[in-house]
Design a protein around this ligand. Structure first.
Ligand code: S3P
Length: 666
């Protein structure tokens, strides 16, 4: 069910420096332009989120050599001629940008075609806006869903296209980008007019790659017959992601937050201007130019905020930030109006309806309009349950509200932040963070770390402890299983699995909170049964041995622990994963006893002494392998469970947890 984001009521001091992850729009385009060029493109600081992984996977399926996404990697492009049709459908997951941009690319590649599929949210989103102009240019686009449905699944068949001058009624960078890609792929000229200028990353990146464009206030023209050169990219931080923290700092009581490396492209900075207009103390430092974009550090301090009106040409410049601005308006003096924003209805969710419904459920004074909303702010605590509809920006906007003094929110799907900002919960907990070096702030969720050697009984004990304390149990093993399941499903034989082939599957794994646990989802679906299948069981240790996979699982577990109170068991939990867990327990038992317990579990009967001796020998070997990961944290409480029943262990840990909660004043 739920993730809780709570603040106990003490004033909120923000602190530190946040470097939001790479810009999503630039990340998609960096991969696509690298794939089109004939040459090597080095890409640094790409956003490694689910949406961008979807673009990378689609391009790989067309034959592009793209390694696992990391901080620094190269793409070896072989030009447009080397791109082939994918063997199976593109899985665009939740990503509208992947779908629309790649529809443009495929449309311009004569003789090639691709089927586009996505999750339930993406499948509902309108694709006619790209289909109409691409069809006018000569491509074939077929909607393969129910009659009258202009969403995914959709098939795009490329053709030799004709030139187009398209007058778009919406300002849309995705449509503009798709048409420029189609023109480039087919060698024809394209002009796109827009009512107001949409974000212009495509234009800036193409100009830097030797493509001639004529740009006016409201239009862009691509000349016929041009190629894209390979040019290295360093992706700046996403201003849409930074906005969550700018808003947090503006609403806090004290402190200062620095948001570094933020892309300050003028088509993207609408939210910062709105924040300033509402009274936020937001300054820009160290502004500089790199790779055709201006970037800088935002320094944001708490201040008193007043309502405003956001409408007209400003809307496209803050379209993705409107959920956060609406939530912020609920804490400002006076009334805020958002108008001319009907586009919000066809984003990852109907963001007008969802923001209004959620704010109302929390007790805010809101009104819905066909093209926007009204919010009248108040200082009354906001309490209640938030339904995200799997929409990342809703989870983060309400996550920020939940971190404010006096508010108490539960969020149904905090894991969906993986779409654009996988480390959001960790950064939120750092920003609202510790008030002193050792004293955790009450806003940080409680983490109980349970470590111990193999067969020390940690998993079943942790589950029981979590149940007794009514917090969630995180089974990190389930994440390894999810990864293994996808590796099996990919059809690649287990012997040839490498971190490079396995880690990208992580993009299809998110998590959701159930009543009792943090549940990994594959393609946003619960696959619990399939994850326990025998092929997965046989191969999971192969996957869990990969350092990169371990790092990825640890990141998921950390994100969950930054969002809600958890009991986590596993290896290196109290040391590497949660070095600042408020309670760390290390369970040990002598080898004979561990061997006996493991056999009882496996055989479901009393094992014989020779059987125990044999199992004990295997455990000694396993301990030797695990040696580095089985060391208790310096501040862990070790419990020798050799002569203690499981009920007694649980009782002791629960007593320690209650004492910890008392100490933290919860
Ligand atoms: C994007 C354009 C915008 C934005 C989306 C990313 C892009 O969508 O909302 O998150 O990278 O081109 P529209 O083009 O539909 O306005």
């Amino acid at each position: 069910m739920i993730g809780e984001v709570t603040h106990a009521g003490a004033p909120l001091t923000v602190q530190g420096t946040i470097r939001a992850p790479g810009d999503k729009s630039i990340s998609h385009r960096a991969l696509i332009f690298a794939a089109m060029a004939d040459g090597i493109t080095r890409i640094r600081d790409i956003l490694p989120s689910a949406d961008v992984h979807a673009t990378a996977a689609a391009l790989r399926a067309m034959g592009v050599d793209i390694p696992a996404l990391s901080e620094d990697f190269v793409v070896r492009g072989r030009g447009l001629a080397a791109l082939h049709s994918p063997e199976s459908a593109f899985d665009c997951a939740n990503s509208g940008t992947t779908t629309r941009l790649l529809a443009g690319l495929v449309a311009g590649l004569a003789g090639r075609d691709a089927r586009f599929e996505g999750d339930a949210s993406l499948s509902r989103r309108p694709m006619m806006r790209v289909a109409t102009p691409l069809t006018q240019m000569g491509a074939r686009i077929a909607f393969e869903g129910p009659p009258g449905h202009d969403g995914l699944p959709m098939r795009v068949t490329g053709a030799p296209l004709t030139a187009l001058h398209y007058v778009n009624v919406h300002a849309s960078a995705q449509v503009k980008g798709a048409l420029l890609l189609a023109g480039l792929a087919s060698g024809v000229s394209v002009t796109v007019d827009e009512p107001t200028r949409s974000r212009d990353h495509s234009e800036r990146m193409l100009l830097a790659r030797g493509v001639r464009l004529t740009i006016t206030d409201r239009s862009v023209t691509l000349a016929a017959g041009q190629t894209v050169e390979a040019v290295d990219v360093v992706v700046p931080s996403d201003p849409s992601s930074a906005t969550f923290f700018a808003a947090l700092a503006a609403m806090a009581d004290d402190g200062v937050l620095r948001l570094e490396n933020v892309c300050l492209n003028p088509t993207r900075t609408g939210a910062f201007e709105v924040l300033r207009r509402m009274g936020a103390r937001l300054e820009i430092e160290e502004e500089r130019e790199t790779g055709g974009e201006s970037i800088g550090t935002l320094v944001v301090r708490p201040s008193s905020l007043t309502g405003t009106t956001i409408e007209g040409a400003e809307i496209p410049r803050c379209i993705d930030e409107l959920p956060m601005l609406a939530c912020l308006a609920a804490r400002a003096h006076g009334t805020t109006y958002i108008r001319d924003a009907q586009e919000l209805r066809v984003k990852e969710s109907d963001r007008i309806k969802a923001v209004v419904a959620n704010l109302r459920a929390l007790g805010a004074d809101v009104e819905e309009y066909p093209d926007g909303l009204r919010v009248t702010g108040s200082r009354a605590p906001l309490r209640g349950h938030v339904v995200t509809h799997g929409d990342h920006r809703l989870a983060m906007a309400f996550g920020v509200l939940g971190a404010l003094p006096g508010n108490r929110l539960t969020i149904d799907d905090p894991g969906c932040v993986a779409v654009s900002y996988p480390t959001f919960w960790r950064d939120l907990s750092a920003a609202t963070g510790t008030t002193g070096p050792m004293e955790p702030s009450p806003s940080r969720p409680l983490v109980i770390a349970i470590d111990g050697p193999a067969a020390s009984g940690k998993s079943s004990t942790a589950q029981w402890v979590a149940k007794t304390l009514d917090v969630r149990h995180v089974d990190s093993g389930a994440f390894y299983r999810a990864m293994t399941y996808l590796a099996v499903e990919s059809g690649e034989p287990p012997e040839s699995w490498t971190p490079e082939s396995v880690i990208p599957h992580g993009a299809r794994i998110t998590w959701r909170l159930t009543e009792r646990s943090v549940l990994p989802l594959v393609d946003r679906r619960d696959q619990d049964e399939a994850l326990r299948g025998s092929t997965v069981t046989r191969n999971v240790s192969r996957v869990a041995a990969m350092a990169g996979v371990r790092a990825w699982v640890n990141e998921q577990v950390r994100a969950a622990g930054a969002a809600v109170d958890v009991v986590v068991d596993g290896r290196d939990i109290g040391t590497a994963v949660f070095p600042d867990a408020q309670l760390k327990v290390f369970l040990t038992a002598d080898t004979w006893e561990r061997a006996r317990r493991r056999l009882v579990q496996r055989l479901n009967r009393r094992p014989t002494d020779p059987e125990i001796a044999e199992e004990a020998e295997a455990l000694v070997a396993r301990d030797a392998q695990d040696a580095t990961q089985s060391v208790p944290a310096r501040d862990a409480i070790t419990i020798d469970t050799t002569t203690v029943t499981q009920a007694e262990q649980v009782e002791r840990i629960v007593a320690l947890a209650r004492a910890t909660r008392d100490r933290l004043g919860r």
